[in-house]
Design a protein around this ligand. Structure first.
Ligand SMILES: O=C(O)CCC(=O)C(=O)O
Ligand SMILES: [Fe+2]
Length: 372
């Protein structure tokens, strides 16, 4: 059926697809329905659509780079300063020289791609809208709440604790489970190195640092494999809408196709795919923990006209049943410069909010701010 959409991209014809087809995901749509235009369900309001720019038009700013080799060396002052600045000014940075073998990274990307290439019947064994499911295949950002769907399918794998959860992970394609296990272990270790450095850069003090690190060691870890099929009209939709991540840090592995954009000083900056590197970003929990010194930053993913894109996001935080609060060493109500800015917030409250709303902005975090 054809539908006329007026006043958005002029008067044009957009294809309609029924909701049950949409819920099967974008890959299913591209493979089984066969589309040459973006169906109306995926067309974003004009104000949210990306401006597709040539490389000459794109802002030239690059994300700061953190070299893990420097972090592990004796003279760490400079790299800790760079990290502090990166978290304050961008909320994002690229991580290089991290010691995770290129083979582990490539296998994760290859296995992830092969998972999304499985027949729909195989993938759909994990299809569920139950956000508490430890393994979840799905589409868009939040299928239950999204009015407009985004051009993305995903597989979410809870990683902690691995022993109890592993039997639930997909066993196909061959090698997938082993590749994802190794990748999740390596990214967890890298997260612990990074968050220890972040606590040091924040100056939370040795005692607080030790107790927080214990919480992270037993903390939550979610692996999100994102698949963004090539899109016939990338100017009308988004791979992922503007959002912030909930945790402390997210480690994003991108393949060679660009798409991730970060909002910085009013401009959308493209996070260049640097082979073998990770893009790391500050999440909402770190914003609360740092009492606003570091802020989570809105980011989005632009779809690509000719190539399918894949990314693997590794989201880390404290345990799901924990509270997130400003670090004791960073707040002092007797000191105007260290006034507490956020209420204590249960991780479960974040999850409950995320499953009932469309987090286009940082509205939940705003509601956790203390007013004077
Ligand atoms: O695909 C990407 O590069 C980013 C994905 C992302 O922002 C997320 O999974 O939260
Ligand atoms: Fe994200």
């Amino acid at each position: 059926m054809e539908k006329i959409i007026e006043g958005e991209r002029g008067v044009e014809e957009a294809m309609e697809v029924d909701d049950s087809t949409v819920m099967k995901g974008v890959r299913h749509l591209c493979e089984n329905v066969g589309i040459t235009r973006v169906p109306s369900k995926y067309i974003f309001p004009v104000s949210d659509r990306p401006q597709i720019m040539s490389s000459a038009q794109k802002p030239k700013i690059k994300l700061p780079v953190i070299d893990i080799g420097e972090l592990l060396s004796e003279d760490r002052t400079r790299v800790l300063e760079t990290l502090d600045q990166a978290c304050k000014e961008y909320g994002f940075f690229q991580v290089v020289n991290h010691g995770i073998d290129g083979v582990v990274i490539q296998r994760m990307i290859d296995s992830g791609k092969q998972f999304f290439e499985l027949p729909f019947e195989e993938r759909s064994r994990y299809l569920t809208t139950d956000t508490s499911s430890p393994v979840r295949y799905g589409t868009s950002f939040s299928e239950i709440n999204d009015e407009v769907f985004c051009w993305r399918d995903f597989l979410k794998l809870t990683c902690h604790s691995l022993d109890t959860i592993l039997p639930l992970w997909p066993s196909a394609p061959i090698g997938f489970r082993d590749d994802a296990i190794l990748y999740s272990k390596k990214t967890r270790t890298l997260f612990l190195v990074l968050i220890a450095a972040v606590l040091e850069a924040l100056g939370v003090g040795a005692g607080n640092c030790e107790s927080s690190m214990k919480e992270f060691e037993e903390g939550s870890h979610l692996l999100v494999l994102n698949c963004y099929p090539a899109c016939p009209e990338p100017e009308l939709t988004l791979g992922m809408p503007s959002h912030s991540d909930y945790g402390f840090l997210t480690l994003v592995l991108q393949d060679e196709v660009e798409g991730l954009q970060v909002l910085h000083a009013g401009d959308w900056i493209t996070a260049d795919p640097v082979p073998g590197s990770f893009v790391v970003n500050v999440g909402d929990h770190l914003e609360i923990y740092s009492n606003g010194r570091y802020q989570s930053v809105l980011h989005r993913v632009v779809a690509n006209a000719s190539e399918s894109r894949m990314s693997v996001a590794s989201l880390h935080s404290v345990a799901f049943d924990s509270m997130v609060s400003p670090a004791a060493g960073l707040v002092d109500d007797g000191d105007a410069g260290k006034r507490r800015l956020y209420k204590d917030t249960g991780f479960a409250d974040f999850i409950a909010y995320l499953s009932t709303s469309v987090p286009k902005s940082k509205s939940f975090l705003e509601s956790r701010r203390l007013t004077m």
